[in-house]
Design a protein around this ligand. Structure first.
Ligand code: F6P
Length: 569
C-alpha cells in the first residue's frame, strides 16, 4: 500500500492555489456584498466550541473559501499532525523535544498515558500539579508562613516572557475570582523599576517571592531574583531566605544553589515551551489567586478546547477556522498585522500575552526542513482594550494604511459588577465591528452633510475626509463571562490557532532561535557599559574590540558627548 507523503507546507497543496484564485476574485468585492448575497451568512460563519462563539461573518471570505479551508486542512493531513502533538512525538525538531502543554491540562483518567520517548509523563504531571496546588492553598490559607511566623499578604512573581506574561495576564483577567488571596505583583523588567515598585510598600516578613524560570539562567530573572534576595536578607537575615522563596524550573540544581527549600521547588519539563507554560507550576501565582478549584476550572477550559480541536469537523473547528482566516488575511489578502481588541479592561494584558505566543512561535522565515517559507508568516500582533484604543489608534484602523485584521473579544456579562457600564462597552464593540466591516460611502455621507445644513462647496471639501471605505475584516469572539474556565478555553483557542498556522507555513512553532543573538551580544557588551572609558581607551590603542556603532554610544555613556538640554541658556 502506498502512503501519501505529507506536504511540507500549504503551497504544496492544490487547495492553496484555489485559495489564491478565490482571493483574486473577491478582491474587488466588499464584505457588504457578501452579506447581500448570502442570507445565511451569519449562521454559516458563526461557530461554537468550549464555551466560546466565534463570529467570522465580517471576514472578507465567502462559503467557497470556507470549503477550501477544509480541503487545505485535509491535504495538509492536519488530523495526523494534531495527533502527533498530543501523542508526544518530537515535533519540536530543532530542539528534538515533544510539545506537551496539552498533557498539563489532562486529568489523568485511568489508562490515560502520554509517552515521551517511551516514558509516560502523566504520573509526574499529576504529582507536581497536586504539590503546587497544595502549596497555593497553604499560601492562601496562611498555613505556609514566613520566617517570623506571619502569613503572607503579598506574593511577588519574578520571571519574564512565558514565565511572566501568562500568569500576569491571567491574574489580572480573573481579578474578580481572587477574593481572599494575598496581593500579587509581577516583576519582569531587567531595569529593576518593577521590583522597586513592588518592594516599596512590602513588609518583608509577610512577602513571598516566586522565581519562575524554565532555565533558571535568564539574565533578567536572575538579576531581579538576586536583588529580591538581597533585600530580604538585609531585613530578615540570610536564614530567612528558604521560607520566603519558592521557585519553578527544569533546573533543580540552580534552585538548590539559590537557596530554595525542596518543599517550595516545583518542576517543569523540557517539553513545556515557555510561552505554553501557564498550565504548569509556572501558573502557581494564578493558583494562589484562584485557589485549587479555580485553577482546576482554568485547566478544564483548556481541556475542553483540546477536545473540540481534536474532534470537531474542520468547518466547525474554532482553532482551525481562526488559523485559516489568519492565513487568509496574511497571505491571500496581504494584511500585515492583527489588532487584538478586548472589550473588558481585565483583559488588558491579553494582547501582550498573544504577542509572545504568536510572534515567538511563528515569527520565522524558514520551514522545518530549513527551506525558505513560501510567503509571509506571523502577523504583527498588537492591541489594547478597545474602549481606550478607540480614542488612540482606531483612526488609523478606520482610514489609514496598512489595513489590519481585527479580533474583537467580548464577554456578555460585566466582570466588575457594573452591567449598565458594560452595556456601553458592548455597544461600542458592536458599533466598531459594523463600522470596520461596512464603512460609510460617498452617497450616505454627502446626504448627511447636506442634511446638516452645509453648503455644496463645504460638502465637497469634507467628503473625501469623511468617507469610510470599510472592508476591514474582523472576528468577534463572544462568551458569557470572563471566568477561569472561559479564560482557559480562550488561551487554548489561540495556542491551537498558532499551531495550525505553523502547519500551513511548514514551520516549527516551538523553538525561538532568533532571540539568542541579542542575548549573546549582551554578554559581551555589558562589561563595556560598566566601564565605557576603559573600553574607549582600549579601542583607541587598537587593543579593544569596539565597533564604530558602539563607540559612538559609549562616548555618550561616558559623559563625553552629553546632550545639551538647553537649561543653561
Ligand atoms: O528569550 C525568550 C525566552 O526564552 C522565552 O521563550 C521564555 O518564555 C523566556 O525567555 C523566559 O525564559 P525562562 O523561563 O527560562 O526564564
Amino acid at each position: 500500500m502506498s502512503m501519501k507523503a505529507t506536504p511540507a507546507s500549504a503551497d504544496q497543496c492544490p487547495a492553496w492555489a484555489s485559495l489564491a484564485e478565490a482571493a483574486e476574485s473577491l478582491r474587488t468585492g466588499t464584505i457588504q456584498s457578501l452579506f447581500d448575497t448570502d442570507p445565511q451568512r451569519v449562521a454559516r460563519f458563526s461557530v461554537d466550541g468550549a464555551g466560546l462563539r466565534c463570529d467570522f461573518s465580517r471576514q472578507h471570505a465567502d462559503a467557497n473559501v470556507l470549503h477550501l479551508f477544509a480541503s487545505l486542512a485535509d491535504q495538509l493531513q492536519l488530523r495526523e499532525r494534531i495527533s502527533q502533538m498530543f501523542d508526544g512525538e518530537l515535533i519540536n525538531t530543532t530542539e528534538r523535544r515533544a510539545v506537551l502543554h496539552t498533557a498539563l491540562r489532562r486529568i489523568g483518567a485511568p489508562g490515560e498515558v502520554v509517552r515521551v520517548q517511551g516514558v509516560d509523563v502523566m504520573p509526574d504531571v499529576l504529582r507536581e500539579r497536586a504539590r503546587m496546588l497544595k502549596f497555593a492553598e497553604s499560601v492562601r490559607s496562611g498555613s505556609v508562613r514566613g520566617s517570623t511566623g506571619q502569613p503572607f499578604e503579598r506574593v511577588i512573581n519574578i520571571g519574564i516572557g512565558g514565565s511572566d506574561l501568562g500568569p500576569a495576564m491571567a491574574v489580572e483577567a480573573l481579578h474578580a475570582h481572587a477574593a481572599g488571596a494575598p496581593r500579587l505583583a509581577f516583576v519582569a523588567n531587567v531595569d529593576g523599576s518593577q521590583l522597586v515598585d513592588a518592594l516599596s510598600s512590602a513588609d518583608p516578613a509577610r512577602t513571598l517571592f516566586i522565581v519562575c524560570s524554565k532555565t533558571f539562567s535568564t539574565q533578567e530573572t536572575r538579576a531581579n531574583a538576586l536583588a529580591a534576595r538581597a533585600w530580604l536578607q538585609e531585613r530578615l537575615g540570610a536564614a530567612a531566605v528558604p521560607a520566603h522563596f519558592a521557585a519553578v524550573s527544569v533546573n533543580a540544581a540552580a534552585m538548590d544553589e539559590f537557596g530554595v527549600h525542596p518543599d517550595y521547588r516545583f518542576a517543569i519539563w523540557d517539553w513545556v515551551g515557555g510561552r505554553y507554560s501557564i498550565w504548569s507550576s509556572i501558573g502557581v501565582a494564578l493558583a494562589i489567586a484562584l485557589g485549587a478549584d479555580g485553577f482546576e476550572a482554568f485547566l478544564a477550559g483548556g481541556r475542553a478546547m483540546d477536545e473540540h480541536f481534536r474532534h470537531a469537523p474542520w468547518e466547525q473547528n474554532l482553532p482551525v477556522l481562526a488559523a485559516m482566516f489568519g492565513v487568509w488575511n496574511r497571505n491571500c489578502l496581504g494584511l500585515p498585522s492583527l489588532a487584538v481588541l478586548p472589550y473588558d479592561q481585565r483583559l488588558s494584558r491579553f494582547p501582550a500575552y498573544l504577542q509572545q505566543l504568536d510572534m515567538e512561535s511563528n515569527g520565522k522565515s524558514v520551514k522545518r526542513d530549513g527551506q525558505p517559507v513560501f510567503g509571509p508568516t506571523a502577523p504583527v500582533v498588537w492591541g489594547e482594550p478597545g474602549s481606550m484604543a478607540q480614542h488612540s489608534f482606531f483612526q488609523l484602523l478606520h482610514q489609514g494604511s496598512p489595513v489590519a485584521a481585527l479580533d474583537f473579544i467580548l464577554p456578555r456579562e460585566s466582570s466588575c459588577g457594573r452591567p449598565e457600564q458594560h452595556q456601553l462597552a458592548i455597544a461600542n464593540c458592536l458599533a466598531q465591528a459594523e463600522a470596520f466591516a461596512f464603512g460609510r460611502g460617498v452617497q450616505r455621507i454627502s446626504a448627511e452633510l447636506r442634511a446638516s445644513g452645509l453648503d455644496a462647496q463645504h460638502v465637497a471639501e469634507l467628503l473625501p475626509h469623511k468617507v469610510h471605505e470599510g472592508n476591514r475584516p474582523s472576528t468577534l469572539i463572544l462568551f458569557r463571562r470572563l471566568d477561569p474556565r472561559t479564560l482557559g478555553s480562550l488561551i487554548a483557542l489561540y495556542e491551537h490557532k498558532v499551531f495550525v498556522q505553523s502547519v500551513v507555513w511548514g514551520i516549527n512553532a516551538f523553538d525561538q532561535w532568533g532571540v539568542e543573538l541579542g542575548k549573546k551580544l549582551c554578554e559581551g557588551i555589558l562589561p563595556l557599559v560598566r566601564d565605557p572609558a576603559s573600553a574607549l581607551a582600549a579601542s583607541a590603542t587598537g587593543t579593544g574590540p569596539l565597533t564604530p556603532s558602539l563607540a559612538g554610544v559609549l562616548k555618550w555613556l561616558s559623559g563625553a558627548g552629553d546632550v545639551d538640554d538647553g537649561s543653561s541658556a
